[in-house]
Design a protein around this ligand. Structure first.
Ligand code: NDP
Length: 398
């Protein structure tokens, strides 16, 4: 029975809060804290219109570890779930260390002024979390998150060695706007406009942004064009999978989305370099974010499905084997359950499951962990019953 502090009241935080409120056997109460307290209040009202559950709200600027530490001291949670932005990861981890509380997030740290994300900064907390006897679980969304766990599941149950992994993230959702991003526009656009990168035979191979692409037939979605991108789970999986020769990440985009993005990029609207406008410093990408629809507002409008999964090839008992593990999620069903579309849902449900397993003692450890380092079995079982059922196809030469 545990109280949890949830920081960040966007689409992902909202889904985590909804799922927690459905699980009183593990979670006793919830504090939702964010920069704008009105968003926490809105989530609280949406949940309490559906079911009674003890929820408090609070204002916090999580860029400041001392503010987070004060909140922890006040509420004494067993766990802090970070669904704010990657910029806040380190300050929230600092506060957890100071106050002696476990930590969970869905996206790795990214400095606000450099469009670069990597685990190094958070892996550097390893010794401090271990010495304090605390656990930090990193990247527990869908990708990263479930995709890592699909790989860990394949490694445990299907392969002696995994040689090739292709992670494929397809979204056929239609929200009716000419252009909008499905999660935080700033983080999303920084990710997409970066160079592509994949790992092969021990080295990183770099490509121009969105230069490698191919058609792909996604189960239940149909034909989509998928683009090779760098994605953060590649960094931990290339260390944690045995015998790996190559790992890549692909994401689907519509021609309409890419045309809008190209225009915005060409006119400088996706830049993170500050400019002076009418005597004020503004960051073009942050201004663009203010102009675009709030991802949390897409929920009631979005129709269609997502399909995210892993194609894995390797060897079992000397015989080549191929496994495809994936989940299909329906935007409208996700909205009916949690007032959010499937991108927030597919991220928030795994964060909730990770928190549940930590609090129930099924996932424990001292130090900083990526999810594939944990036993995949209880997580895979929870996915089946918490709204993200998975399908597996196995193709073996034996
Ligand atoms: P949103 O932008 O919708 O929500 C972010 C929330 O964090 C907002 O409520 C925002 O407050 C709050 N916030 C921002 N800065 C601060 C701060 N300094 N202090 C306190 N609160 C702050 O994002 P999403 O819900 O779409 O995404 C949340 C996280 O999930 C992101 O880190 C994203 O990268 C990650 N993600 C992970 C995925 C995965 O599969 N692993 C997939 C999709 C997202 P305010 O309302 O004031 O702006």
């Amino acid at each position: 029975m545990s109280k949890v502090l949830l920081i960040g009241a966007g689409g992902v935080g909202s889904v985590v809060a909804h799922k927690i409120s459905q699980t009183p056997e593990t979670f006793t109460s919830l504090v939702i804290a964010s920069r704008t307290v009105a968003r926490c209040e809105k989530i609280k009202a949406q949940i309490q219109a559906r079911r009674p559950f003890p929820i408090e709200t609070a204002q916090v600027d999580a860029d400041h570890a001392d503010q987070v530490a004060r909140l922890i001291a006040l509420h004494k949670p067993k766990l802090v779930i970070n669904t704010a932005l990657p910029y806040q990861d380190l300050s929230i981890m600092d506060a957890c260390l100071e106050m002696g509380v476990d930590y969970l997030d869905t996206a790795n740290y990214e400095p606000p002024d450099v469009a670069k994300f990597e685990y190094k900064w958070q892996w550097d907390y390893q010794a401090r979390f271990r010495e304090r006897g605390l656990m930090a679980l990193l990247g527990c969304g869908f990708d990263p998150g479930v995709t890592n766990i699909f790989c860990a599941h394949a490694q445990k149950h299907h392969f002696d060695e995994i040689h090739y992994v292709d992670i494929v993230d397809c979204n056929a959702g239609n929200h009716g706007y000419p252009f909008a991003t499905n999660f935080n526009p700033e983080i999303n656009i920084r990710e997409i406009t970066a160079k592509g990168r994949y790992w092969e035979n021990g080295d990183w191979v770099e490509t121009e942004p969105m230069a490698m692409h191919k058609p792909f037939d996604a189960v239940e979605l149909g034909r989509m064009e998928i683009y090779l991108m760098y994605h953060e789970e590649l960094e931990s999986l290339c260390k944690n999978l045995q015998g790996l020769k190559r790992i890549r990440f692909w994401m689907s985009f519509s021609e309409n989305y890419l045309t809008h993005l190209r225009v915005l990029e060409n006119v400088g609207m996706t830049s993170i370099e500050p400019i002076t406008f009418q005597g004020q410093q503004i960051v073009p990408l942050q201004f663009l974010k203010a102009m675009l629809p709030d991802p949390a507002s897409l929920g009631p409008r979005t129709k269609g499905k997502t399909n995210i999964g892993c194609f894995i090839e390797g060897i079992k008992d000397g015989t080549p084997k191929k496994v495809h593990v994936y989940n299909v999620c329906d935007h409208e069903e996700a909205y009916r359950e949690t007032d959010n579309q499937a991108i927030s849902y597919t991220t928030g449900v795994p964060a909730f499951i990770g928190a549940k397993l930590m609090l129930e003692g099924k996932w424990r450890g001292q130090g900083v962990f990526n999810v594939e380092e944990m036993d995949p079995d209880p997580f895979m079982a929870e996915l089946m019953v918490r709204g993200l059922p998975w399908v597996e196809t196995v193709d073996s030469d034996s």
